[in-house]
Write a protein that binds this ligand. Structure first.
Ligand code: ADP
Ligand code: MG
Length: 264
């Protein structure tokens, strides 16, 4: 059997504004800080992960679009970030055309898997895929390429409803394009302890999904929301703030789960 050298984790939720990109950036930074080589692939045409990591638009010559269409390799499209050990394949508006251009091709869902299967992608111990907020062809490419899904879930009333839709999609992906796709975990984001409803959502999600839900709760934290405008991960912008500390704790849970999986 071909044992994967790296772990490809897609950060997915069809809802926008739930903390996907924030989680991708800060989890990646935390993993890089402990010496893992990490690659983020920005698959959202909005390019928030690229901007949040300080990648100037003028420097985005090649992007995830180019590796999806297959004209360029990971090592050609990759850019270094200000965070040691953390690289990114940025996004450009070209991604908006991907779905139209490729929709007739038989391998349209497997483009990213193909690109990440090459040796240059395997140099990274973690590859995090930052998805757009929909179940489109870009998200399907991510689901088909990934070993596991990490789901950020905002602590709000409709959280569980959206989650059951997502779990249904993950099941469909398993039945069709990626039978071994695993759920790395579900992380509750933007938790506000003063809000009774948020605590109720946490209890409900834990009751329904048990140990799939990480122990770490990401608090709503103004420093976390300010960081992207400085082109920095929160962990670099303000390491001590509660949000950064929570993301460090999340990273150790992610690593712990990977260790258990390897040992199994
Ligand atoms: P998505 O990628 O799912 O659309 P983002 O990560 O971009 O979501 O987050 C949406 C907005 O919420 C952004 O403005 C981000 O800065 C903010 N945000 C995310 N997580 C937190 C947090 N823990 N505390 C405060 N603001 C947050
Ligand atoms: Mg995003």
């Amino acid at each position: 059997m071909n044992i994967a050298k790296n772990r490809i984790i897609t950060i997915a939720n069809q809802k926008g504004g739930v903390g996907k990109t924030t989680t991708a950036i800060n989890l990646a930074t935390a993993l890089a800080a402990i010496g893992e080589r990490v690659l983020i692939v920005d698959l959202d045409p909005q390019g928030n992960a690229s901007t949040g990591l300080g990648i100037d638009r003028r420097d985005r010559v090649l992007s995830s679009y180019d590796i999806l269409v297959g004209t360029h390799s990971v090592s050609q499209a990759v850019l270094e970030t200000a965070v040691p050990n953390l690289s990114i394949i940025p996004s450009t508006m070209d991604l908006l055309g991907f779905e139209m251009e490729i929709s007739q091709q038989a391998d349209r869902v497997f483009r990213l898997r193909k690109a990440l299967n090459l040796d240059d992608a395997k140099a990274y111990s973690y590859v995090l895929l930052d998805c757009p907020p929909s179940f489109n062809l870009l998200t399907m490419n991510a689901m088909a390429a990934a070993h596991s899904v990490l789901v950020p879930l905002q602590c709000e009333f409709f959280a569980l409803e959206g989650l059951s839709q997502l779990l249904e999609t993950i099941n469909q992906v398993r039945q069709t394009v990626n039978p071994t796709l695993d759920i790395q975990g579900i992380v509750l984001t933007m938790f506000d302890s003063r809000n009774n409803l948020a605590q109720q959502v946490v209890n409900d999600v834990r009751e329904h999904l048990g140990e799939k839900v990480y122990t770490t709760l990401i608090p709503r934290n103004v420093r976390v929301s300010e960081a992207p405008s400085y082109g920095k991960p929160a962990i670099l912008y303000d390491l001590k703030c509660a949000g950064s500390q929570a993301y460090l704790q999340l990273a150790s849970e992610v690593i712990q789960r990977e260790r258990l999986r390897k040992a199994a």
